[in-house]
Design a protein around this ligand. Structure first.
Ligand code: GDP
Ligand code: MG
Length: 445
């Protein structure tokens, strides 16, 4: 149904067959494809737009790994960025249900899978966490909705609040809380009524229930097959009720999971679980990598690129060592070192491993030589011509102006970079002469 994004990008780049760093034009072409693919995967337009901008920043100027195509490499960058957005900055924590009786409020549109998910989650908390659970249906709207939950409860061996006809949702919530307290339950789950669309009555009802139960977890259940609409739903529910997490259902279908990306980007709330079928054990914790792969519709490209990068890094290290032994150290070498530093956790990480360099690393950090500085320096080097990189002595006033402007930085910053390069080149020369490179060789290991 969908054309595979990795194939599509591969096609774009096969036509370009560029070597070396990814150019702006390469990236722009690829990103048009990425954007279309995201929209086809039901990612909402503003989210897709922001996402593409973030990838562009990451991809521009990246060196292309030898044994993969630029298209594959862009796919990898896109994949990593997807994972980053899907995971957010924080580690996923456990549900906050350690204060018995803890309320878990389930909200969402009608048919999104709330009742099924309530039962799935209850089963999971019972089986995996040994919790005593009480489930209550607050769905006074749909005929037989309460019986549906009751039947599911019987199937999974979880208690449900006895049905009393004629009660309002608020009355049921109150009774559930009472029953949970009296009955010594760890958790009570409130399965609210949905509507086909967001409406004020629904929101008012959910708010009233929330005020009674004061849940520490309010999970929004969203159909993973819905795209654009999911964003509005999430925004509304988060604004009016306040959600703590999202459950995406129907991730077993042929939807591409774009809703996940939209959800995370718009609400900033973690995706806790995904529903993978109608069966009551078809609920899994959310894994960003899997969903990212699904959105891109790609196979093993990410693994392939990672492998290629490892190999390349080993080759690069070997080549660099040989150059240093000869006392060669130009801007390309410096850039390699800076890239490596970023990867290995900054200045301390790298220098700390070289004998005698620990002190220098501390001094450098104290002087404000942090990741941001490193990134700016890399931008400066990227802005130099091939010739200038190979021979930094070429850098006279007019060239300096051009290079600094190209990186959007001041000439003073470029001067600092040149000075640092000189000092490092001198140090390398000395080290190289010292035990014919032996010491350096060991230090680089
Ligand atoms: P509610 O109206 O939000 O309570 O939705 P229900 O829980 O009643 O679910 C509506 C339909 O979706 C039912 O037929 C469920 O079996 C089905 N459903 C729920 N979750 C999933 C899922 O993860 N995968 C699939 N394939 N079907 C699901
Ligand atoms: Mg229901």
């Amino acid at each position: 149904m969908f054309e595979n994004l990795s194939e599509r990008l591969g096609g774009v780049f096969d036509r370009l067959t560029k070597q070396g760093a990814l150019t702006d034009a390469d990236v722009a072409t690829a990103l048009r494809e990425v954007r279309v693919a995201l929209l086809e995967a039901d990612v909402s337009l503003p989210v897709a737009r922001d996402f593409v901008a973030a990838v562009q920043e990451r991809a521009t100027g990246q060196a292309v790994t030898k044994s993969v195509t630029p298209g594959q490499q862009v796919v990898k960058i896109v994949h990593d960025e997807l994972v980053r957005v899907l995971t957010g900055d924080d580690e996923p924590e456990a549900l906050k249900i350690d204060n018995p009786p803890s309320a878990v409020l389930m909200v969402g549109l009608q048919g999104s899978g709330k009742t099924t998910t309530t039962a799935k989650l209850a089963k999971r908390l019972k089986d995996k966490n040994g919790k005593r659970i009480l489930m209550a249906s607050l769905d006074t709207n749909r005929p037989a909705a309460m019986e549906q939950l009751q039947i599911l409860g019987t199937q999974i061996g979880v208690d449900t609040l006895p049905i009393v006809k004629g009660e309002t949702a608020v009355q049921i919530a109150r009774r559930a809380k009472q029953q949970a307290t009296l009955g010594g339950y760890d958790v009570y789950m409130l399965d609210t009524a949905g509507r086909l669309h967001i409406d004020e009555v629904l929101m008012g009802e959910v708010q009233a229930v929330r005020d009674i139960a004061q849940p520490r977890e309010t999970l929004l259940v969203v159909d993973g097959l819905t795209g654009q609409d999911a964003v509005n739903v999430a925004t509304e529910f988060d604004g009016k009720v306040g959600i703590t997490g999202v459950v995406l259902t129907r991730m077993d279908g042929d939807g591409r999971g774009g809703a996940a990306l939209s959800m995370r980007a718009v609400t900033g709330k973690p995706i806790r679980f995904v529903g993978l079928g109608e069966k009551l054990d078809a609920l899994e914790t959310f894994e960003a990598g899997r969903v990212a792969g699904r959105i891109l519709g790609m196979g093993d490209i990410v693994a392939l690129v990672e492998k290629a990068q490892e190999t390349l890094e080993a080759e690069q290290a070997e080549r660099m060592m040989k150059r240093f032994q000869k006392g060669l150290f130009n801007m390309n070498d410096l850039k390699g070192q800076l890239d490596q530093m970023l990867k290995m956790g900054g200045m301390q990480g790298v220098m700390g491993m070289m004998p005698g360099m620990g002190k220098m690393a501390k001094a450098a950090e104290a002087a404000g030589f942090d990741d941001k500085t490193i990134r700016r320096q890399i931008a400066l080097i990227n802005s130099m011509t091939k010739k200038e990189r190979a021979n930094p002595d070429l850098m006279q006033a007019s060239r300096k102006k051009r290079v600094a402007a190209g990186a959007g930085l001041e000439v003073s910053e470029l001067n600092r970079l040149l000075k640092m390069h000189r000092q490092m080149a001198d140090a390398m020369k000395k080290l190289g002469k010292m035990g014919k490179g032996g010491m350096l060789k060991n230090a680089m290991r």
